[in-house]
Design a protein around this ligand. Sequence first.
Ligand code: MN
Length: 322
Amino acid sequence: MNTYKSIYKQIKKYDSIVIGRHLRVDPDAMASELALKELILNTFKNKKVYAIGLSASRFKYMGDLDKIDEDIAKKSLFIILDTPDVKRVDSDYIDEFKYKIKIDHHPFVEKFCDIECINENASSTCEMILDFAYKMKMNISRKCAELLFTGIVSDTNRFTTINTSFKTFDLIHKLIKDTNIDFTSLYDKLYARPIKEVRLQGYISQNLELTDNGLAYIKVDDDVINQFGVDSASPGNMINNFNYINEILVWVFVTKDVKNDIYRITMRSRGPVINEVASKYNGGGHVRASGARVKTMEEVDNLIKDLDMVCKDFRGDIDENK
Ligand SMILES: [Mn+2]
């Protein structure tokens, strides 16, 4: 509560506020920054508020993003959302801002802001923004409510993730009651996808490698990406669809990011802790939802081996004679 108060005080103090989030935008990051912008504009008159970062066409429906320059950065308060470490911040001016605030639900990685509001138990950054809005008695518009609902539903994978709590439902219940949003109509925008991606999903299902320890993995090479006419980020974007498969404890999708000449690895878990392995390979994230980027296929293979061991340990199958 005290942290909320100090954040609110800074928002009140600055006439120019820039809101940012992590690289490779996802619905929670996008919705939280646009919702916070709405909240501030609806609560305070005469403030300049910018929501920044690289846009993605599939989130265009949520709203437009803003551009800033160095002069704006120099006089602004910066609020960075959903981002635990400085290297993942989607802004060129991170060192220029006058004052910085972090609001995040990822496990702590490093301190890089003047105020850091971290709640690892929150289901999403949108949940934290919603909690903040209610506690600080801010004006929640319908547009803002729709954004926050979308972000929470997406980051909790429809209220199935481990951080979905009584508080999540409590806040959502209040939000729907207060704003009367037509929430079922929002799923269409969030979940509708082209048939070529469904076909790619079929390909992944057919070709997943499965170990005895419950690790599933696939390396989707560029020919396959081109064959299906999809984007190299597509496999990673559909990884949540592979939850609740009896034989699979941890699943890993590997794609090549040709532009940056690296392998991009997305991983999920139904039990074992995987972010520790991810951080060993230039990555990180949540306990059961992480990502990593490596330069060589050898590192990819080592990561897969490490995750296989994590699965083995989780099942308690360790041969004690070794
Ligand atoms: Mn998030």
